[in-house]
Ligand binder design. Structure first.
Ligand code: ME8
Length: 659
């Protein structure tokens, strides 16, 4: 029997670049919540997708020399794209919406028309400030130090004919919703919204654009495209079939039970979105939860800073479940958290390899060693339980209630903390019972040992059920190892001590969470990050040409000559300089020092014909005289400086003048 429906969403992501660990955090949290609700008996609809329109995408596509649709297709559907990432991360979304899907486009046109027809959208002139990266219009008063209040970047003046949504009309109702209900959580975000946006006065919102074309056209006024946030927010209802025929689930699933969103887009979800729904006369989502950011070195990750963390690299290196677990175990969902590879590896080693992994491997190994892999029937019961038997049993059988209370408040970290208290208690129970000592006299202590091992398996099983939403793949393996059948993997069974059959046959299997060598892993990750950083830099950078003229006579004074390399050596104590002995056609050797040791070995250059400017005043470097300068071509590749000595045909005699 279903406990009812549960509709949960992630934000739909901008496929303007590959997604990073921050996006993965939000999606993994939503997935854990969706899996928890399914496990506990709800009929879940879990929606995610991509938000594909807007000027930023149009610009990126132009830079890449492809159409906007080709650009987003590659990032969404292409190799290592958004869909691949969610498959890798074992995300169990029921639906994936792309705002370029035909049904969504039609539905947005109808929604826009509805808002227009009911008088809440009107035509006017937009004058204000525009932040291109955020695709947000701002009034002067909303700017912070003259810059975009969301991202802190420069804004530009903008003026265009546009449609406006009467957001101001809904200010009172939205304020009431925020202040007097638990629509928006955590509560701290309510004050932020009310103080920063509602109290200063909600202005009508500009909801169409004429300055670019990559958007959904307003069908009754060609030339206008729908503002990307109206298009994007509506995904939550169009994906259910609102104003379209592609799906028929609106009645069943709307209103959403919760929208999970990052803190910077709470404003759109808690002010604009409810106002739009009020205007449409549709029910409001039950809750918007604004989670914090994953920071790197205390700041936001961004491609332009070159500090994004690639979830592919981490999942492939440490395992999908370890990464999923780390994200939700480490950071309180409502606050910001500092990501670090050290913290990730530490969590894997302490919680997964040490606490959980050891509990499973020690227990299953002992069942194998002492009982040939099968506990004797009747081992579930013990006539006179010791205090630690009772404590473990009580802690484990009441765990589900504590876990549920935290999960219902989206406090993943606390829910996991409760589970790990039981895992730690179980490990202590091994030491308290010293099974290896009991095993010395199996005739006398065999039944007690069997009971102790049963209790350990049972505590592990309960924890396994509750960890399944976080680590579905590994918990399936854990259940196989401890011999839990389907009935012992259910939500109901997690509250019933003794659900594991006492003739279960546990098998020690592969190590679920191998320990990571911290130093080696960090070295490898740093190297991979360095490579990724380089790859993100422009492939070729060439210094801009000089804009200042040099007069002809001055230029002609420079004397460029062909020179032949007679000898070349490293300069002692310098890792930069090479010392050249050159035939310059005068009959007297010329010595030039050149800082090119990074690019050439001396032997490579012997006999080559190079170009030197020979009438520069002599200079001393590292105690040696340098009479002139060799000419090279320089540029950058992926941020790295490249240098090529100018070499000319060996047919050119030493001393030939270059002009
Ligand atoms: O905002 N830590 O898309 P988006 C945690 N298309 N969360 C992070 C993060 C980080 N370092 N970086 C990004 C959009 N996110 C819109 C949404 S919804 C109708 C439209 C989160 O791809 C961010 O907070 O820029 C946001 O919730 C989500 O990723 C999508 O960001």
């Amino acid at each position: 029997m279903s406990k009812g429906k549960f509709y949960i969403t992630t934000p739909i992501y901008y496929p303007s670049d590959k997604l990073h660990i921050g996006h993965t955090y939000c999606t993994v949290a939503t997935d854990a919540m969706a899996r928890y609700k399914r496990l506990s008996g709800y009929d879940v609809m879990f929606l995610t997708g991509t938000d594909e329109h807007g000027q930023k995408i149009e610009d990126k596509a132009r830079e890449a020399g492809v159409t906007p649709k080709q650009y987003v297709d590659d990032i969404v559907e292409g190799p290592r794209g958004v869909k691949d990432l969610w498959r890798l991360m074992n995300i169990s979304n029921d639906r994936f919406i792309r705002t370029t899907d035909d049904y969504h486009v039609t539905a947005i046109q109808r929604i826009f028309k509805k808002l227009h027809d009911n008088g809440d959208i009107y035509k006017g002139t937009y004058k204000g400030k525009y932040c291109k990266p955020c695709e947000s219009f701002w009034t002067e008063s909303q700017l912070v130090d003259g810059k975009c209040p969301d991202c802190g970047r420069e804004v530009t003046d903008a003026e265009e004919e546009a449609y406006f949504f009467r957001l101001s009309k809904y200010a009172g109702k939205v304020r009431d919703l925020l202040e007097n209900t638990d629509f928006l959580e955590p509560r701290s975000r309510v004050n932020e919204m009310v103080n920063n946006f509602i109290k200063p006065g909600l202005e009508d919102l500009c909801v169409s654009r004429t300055s670019f074309t990559w958007g959904i056209p307003v069908d009754f006024d060609p030339g206008h495209v729908v503002y990307v946030w109206v298009d994007a927010l509506s995904n939550y209802i169009t994906a259910l079939g609102f104003e379209n025929d592609a799906y028929d689930d609106y009645e069943k699933y709307w209103p959403a039970d919760v929208h999970f969103v990052g803190k910077e887009i709470v404003r759109f979800h808690s002010i604009i979105w409810p106002a739009m729904l009020m205007s449409l006369g549709e029910p409001l989502p039950k809750k918007v939860y604004g989670h914090g950011w994953l920071l790197l070195d205390g700041g936001k990750m961004s491609k332009s800073k070159g500090n994004v963390v690639d979830p592919y690299i981490l999942a492939e290196k440490f395992g999908v479940d370890a990464l999923r677990f780390f994200l939700l175990r480490t950071f309180p969902f409502g606050s910001d958290g500092n990501f670090s590879n050290e913290a990730l590896i530490n969590t894997i080693n302490v919680d997964l390899a040490n606490d959980l992994g050891n509990l499973v491997s020690r227990t299953t190994a002992m069942v194998g060693k002492y009982f040939g892999g099968k506990l004797p029937a009747g081992c579930r019961d013990w006539a006179q339980p010791a205090p630690f038997d009772t404590e473990l049993k009580e802690m484990a059988s009441s765990l589900r209630g504590r876990y549920e209370a935290e999960m219902e408040r989206f406090q993943f970290q606390n829910a996991l903390e409760e589970v790990f208290k039981v895992i730690q208690r179980a490990n202590k129970y091994i030491d308290e019972n010293a099974p290896w000592a009991l095993a010395k006299d199996m005739d006398q202590n065999g039944p007690r040992l069997a009971h102790v091992l049963y209790n350990l398996l049972e505590a592990t099983r309960i924890c396994g059920v509750l960890l399944t939403p976080f680590m579905p793949g590994s918990m399936a393996k854990l259940f196989d190892q401890i011999g839990a059948d389907e009935a012992a993997r259910t939500w109901d069974s997690a509250a019933v001590w003794g659900s594991l059959s006492d003739d279960a046959a546990p098998k020690k299997g592969e190590n679920l969470f191998p320990r990571i060598d911290m130093d080696a892993a960090i070295r490898e990750l740093d190297a991979a990050a360095e490579e990724a950083k380089k790859a993100a830099l422009p492939p070729i950078e060439i210094e801009p040409q000089a804009t200042e003229f040099v007069d002809f006579d001055t230029f002609c004074k420079s004397d460029f000559r062909a020179v032949k390399v007679k000898a070349c050596t490293h300069v002692k104590k310098s890792d930069k300089l090479l010392c050249f002995t050159l035939d310059d056609g005068t009959g007297t050797d010329r010595q030039i020092l050149s800082g090119i040791a990074k690019w050439y070995e001396p032997e490579q250059l012997i006999g080559k014909t190079l170009v030197a400017i020979v009438n520069l005043p002599p200079r001393k470097m590292m105690g040696l005289a340098s009479n002139g300068m060799l000419i090279s071509a320089v540029h950058r590749e992926h941020g790295e400086e490249k240098l090529n000595l100018l070499m000319v045909s060996d047919d050119i005699p030493a001393g030939a003048k270059m002009c």
